[in-house]
Design a protein around this ligand. Structure first.
Ligand code: ZN
Length: 509
């Protein structure tokens, strides 16, 4: 099995497969090669899916050559660098080396951004990517429906091949819609082979991913009784086998379980023993009114390495604990309004002094694009302020601005994913994760306000070009190196196999 998406890049890569050669900053390639060489026991289905995702060598730019993104409206979101009505972005060795007007780089391959907005790729801090083959299966469901159908029925029946397919679809869909970095909140580790499959799909997709290792799924929800599962102890092997380098697109988190405090503390300890950051759902619906964070704090378990998801029904003490221990948060506003988590706590976070990141959560009920997430928190916060004003509040909170929301989707995402030093803004020295958004489309032209256009009107149809670590993943509106027809067939096969194994009838309507 070869990594055809990487094959077009600087110098090729090297491993025991014999097709590679050493080069600097090649840890991701080494990782992929290790997988191909047998560290992951890849099934035939996985091999076929990988082949589908990588049927073509990476296109768009020549390997090793600098890239000059020319003449775009550049929103760096870096306060020191500023924004430009028209400027160039120079990329060398996968990193941004300059952002300014009129860069002269005669050796560079030029990408014309004359009718584009250039900005950092969007960053999702919580998505259950294994569900990528169950998109839209639960459009009318509540949290209870989700638990019963998605986790206890489908999740219990997932094979490693299904995990691979789900993760691959979710990752490629993210890239296609302008998300360059995504935290895979992965609670499908029914066996260690499920973990290997999830990681392999993330690597094969080419997305910058945070793999958050979570518990398995069974029919009862009591994951700690699962015979073949190794959560959380297998994190030691995963760290060693896949995440020994900082210099790669994949990083390791632990996804804390929704369970008794003793089990949560055990998982937190396992994470910290291997230096992995943590993400955990808290304050979800009625169940979330259990003062969990006060209990964890009593065991000194709250630290700056943790991202708290949802936070809808936390008490005031818990909010202060998050702030005072330096934690980050992730709001999945769209799903929270749909499924009964509680009011998305945007204003609460701001009042507490915490800037939130955003997340899609479940593609079983939620669109995969981040534009929808931005619009959701924007309108919800403004609605809340307007409601207070109408109720006679003489000192209402300030309205959010579109720029703040864009920062939530980029800068704050990078922070919550532990990657602020690498991504989240367009500044010299950072990895070149960026997107080009078309302004010559009927949903936004003629252009009047770039930040306004992105947050209030754009969608995946405006995402023309996507780069991750300087590698072109999407160009001219098409994913690079992905055979969609083949991928679709393989997705259909995975879906049908899963329905059969779970004994669920699929009516398709
Ligand atoms: Zn979630």
């Amino acid at each position: 099995m070869t990594d055809l998406r990487s094959a077009g890049r600087a110098g090729g890569y090297s491993c025991s497969c014999g097709a590679c050669m050493p080069s600097p900053a090649m840890s991701r390639r080494r990782f992929l090669c290790t997988s191909a060489a047998g560290a992951v026991v890849a099934s035939a289905a996985m091999g076929a899916l990988a082949g589908a995702a990588r049927a073509q060598p990476a296109g768009g730019t020549a390997p090793g050559r600098p890239i000059l993104i020319k003449g775009g409206c550049v929103l760096t979101l870096d306060r020191a660098v500023g924004d430009f009505e028209q400027a160039d972005v120079l990329i060398e060795g996968g990193k941004i080396s300059a952002v300014r007007p009129n860069i002269d780089a005669p050796n560079a391959e030029v990408i014309d951004a004359g009718r584009m907005i250039v900005m950092p790729g969007m960053i999702d801090t919580h998505r259950h990517m294994w569900q990528g083959i169950l998109r839209n299966v639960l459009p009318d469901g509540s949290l209870e429906d989700y638990r019963n159908l998605i986790q206890r029925k489908f999740g219990a029946a997932y094979t490693p091949d299904d995990v691979y397919a789900g993760n691959l679809f979710s990752a490629l869909g993210a890239i296609d819609s302008g998300v360059t970095c995504i935290l895979d909140w992965s609670h499908i580790h029914n066996t260690p082979a499920h973990s290997d499959a999830a990681i392999k799909a993330l690597a094969d997709s080419g997305v910058r991913a945070v793999f958050a290792y979570g518990n398995g799924q069974n029919e009862t929800g009591r994951f700690w009784e699962m015979a073949g599962a190794k959560y959380p102890d297998d994190i030691v092997r995963l760290r060693k086998q896949y995440f020994s380098s900082e210099d790669q697109l994949l990083t390791l988190y632990l996804a804390g379980p929704s369970a008794a405090p003793e089990l949560i503390l055990k998982a937190f300890n396992a994470a910290r023993d291997v230096g992995a950051r943590i993400t955990i759902h808290v304050g979800v619906g009625e169940f979330g009114r259990n003062a969990l964070l006060e209990k964890l704090n009593a065991a000194n378990a709250l630290k700056a390495d943790t991202t708290y998801i949802h936070c809808c029904t936390l008490n005031d003490t818990e909010w202060k604990l998050i702030r005072d221990t330096g934690g980050t948060i992730s709001i999945a506003g769209y799903v929270e309004t749909l499924m009964g988590h509680g009011n998305p706590p945007i204003q609460k976070a701001i009042d507490t002094g915490i800037r939130p990141s955003l997340s899609v959560d479940v593609e079983t009920s939620v669109p995969n694009d981040f534009f929808a997430q931005m619009r959701t928190v924007f309108s919800l916060q403004k609605n809340e302020v307007w409601a207070r004003r109408l109720a006679g509040d003489k000192d209402p909170p300030k309205f959010l601005t579109v720029r703040e929301v864009l920062e939530f989707a980029t800068v704050e995402g990078a922070r919550a994913n532990g990657l602020a030093r690498k991504v989240g803004t367009l500044a010299p020295g950072k990895d070149a994760d960026l997107i080009l958004l078309r302004t010559d489309r009927l949903n936004v032209m003629p252009m009047n306000n770039a930040v306004g256009a992105v947050v209030t009107s754009m969608g995946p149809q405006n995402v023309d070009t996507v780069l991750i670590a300087g590698k072109v993943m999407k160009r001219n509106g098409q994913l690079v190196g992905v055979d969609l027809a083949k991928l679709e067939r393989l997705g259909n096969e995975a879906r049908d196999r899963l329905y059969a194994n779970a004994k669920v009838k699929n009516t398709r309507i």
